[in-house]
Design a protein around this ligand. Structure first.
Ligand SMILES: [Zn+2]
Ligand SMILES: [Zn+2]
Length: 357
């Protein structure tokens, strides 16, 4: 559906669409950035700049520092994945309600990452009223991928300093590193140094985000582990082992890996119809698992688009969810890049794989 057809007059349901590049230059880099072929000139979200790719930052010369393993994380990740593998064996022995429970938990916690930590808090691609933000912060805690403040800081660095040492999951370091390895070693000094330069004032000012940060550990223990295990066991007589290994370990591991595939597979495999100069790619399989986050060449080209895709509901449950919230008046000011701007960009920097090219 063309973007303009979804433009409604109510402030709750309006989609902001830009048809011509705005005048002016990005905050810090002035002329240099604006003239760079990698910089997207169609920025429709003037209040946020720190997730826009900064091509002026390059890796320092010389060898990378040696990996410093974080053994606690390595052991916990191994245990989780062993539990999840055992969970796969147990799936056929589970009750129907346990499957349903695990699936709904996967979907909701997935939304806590995609609609919450990613599209709302990292990129500010739309605005959400308190009830929706409450839902998303709970869903995000269910997903246990670090609190929103930390997730968004890492993610803005991933966009701004993509594929350099300051990118927390730099895909130039290989599939394993960008998938999970980055969580098992100490951060590269450049991640800390450049991460500290990011503007996170919007997150610091948001009470709900800071509240989650303060009570993160007990909250995660309760709603990522204890609650999903106890409910099937207590309410419909599921065995404790099935509850623990399927509803908790397997479900948590699936959400983690689906998210990580966006950083690994979607930076390595797929076409680059919007910008062939960057590593991120369009990957349908990743979109399926990560509820709509696999249109990753588009997303890095236009990080301010609330759909994280040229399209809306095409393999994109997250956009469907945000649109439903908009109908309820809980989401508003959804930013969508115009077709004209997208087509111009495809022509200018695409790899020729887009159907319009
Ligand atoms: Zn990425
Ligand atoms: Zn992003």
């Amino acid at each position: 559906m063309p973007a303009h057809m979804l433009q409604l007059s109510s402030s709750y349901t309006t989609t902001t669409t830009i048809r011509a590049p705005p005048k002016g230059s990005p905050q810090n880099e002035g002329e240099k950035l604006e003239n760079h072929p990698l910089y997207s000139e169609e920025d429709i979200r003037p209040e946020m700049k720190d997730d826009i790719y900064d091509p002026s930052y390059q890796d320092a010369e010389g060898p990378r520092p040696k990996f410093e393993f974080v053994w606690r994380n390595i052991i916990l990740m191994c245990l989780l994945h062993l539990g999840a593998l055992y969970g796969i064996i147990l799936v056929p022995t589970c009750k129907f309600y346990t499957w349903l429970w695990a699936y709904v938990y996967y979907l909701i916690s997935g939304l806590g990452i995609t609609a919450g930590a990613h599209r709302l808090w990292s990129h500010r691609t739309y605005k959400a009223r308190l009830p929706l933000r409450l839902f998303l912060i709970i869903a995000n805690t269910m997903a246990f991928q670090n609190d929103v403040y930390e997730w968004a800081r890492d993610h803005r660095a991933h966009h701004k300093f993509s594929e350099t040492d300051a990118d927390p999951h730099n895909s130039r370091r290989g599939f394993f590193f960008s998938h999970v390895g980055w969580l098992l070693v100490r951060k590269h000094p450049a991640v800390k140094e450049k991460g500290a330069t990011l503007n996170l004032s919007d997150l610091k000012a948001e009470k709900l985000v800071m509240f989650q940060r303060r009570y993160y550990k007990p909250a995660v223990l309760l709603i990522c582990f204890i609650l999903p295990t106890l409910v099937p066991w207590f309410y419909w007589g599921e065995t404790f082992l099935n509850s623990l290994c399927v509803a908790t370990f397997l479900r948590y591991a699936v959400v983690l890996n689906a998210t990580w595939l966006v950083n690994s597979a979607a930076h390595l495999y797929g076409y680059r119809p919007y910008d062939k100069n960057i590593n991120s790619r369009e990957n349908i399989l990743v979109s399926l698992g990560a509820v709509g986050e696999g249109f990753h060449n588009y997303h890095h080209t236009f990080p301010y688009d609330y759909s994280a895709s040229e399209y809306r509901w095409h393999i994109n449950f997250t956009t469907f969810f945000i649109d439903c919230m908009a109908v309820l008046g809980l989401a508003y000011d959804r930013k969508k890049v115009s077709k004209t701007a997208v087509l111009a960009r495809i022509k200018r920097t695409g790899d020729g794989s887009h159907k319009s090219a």
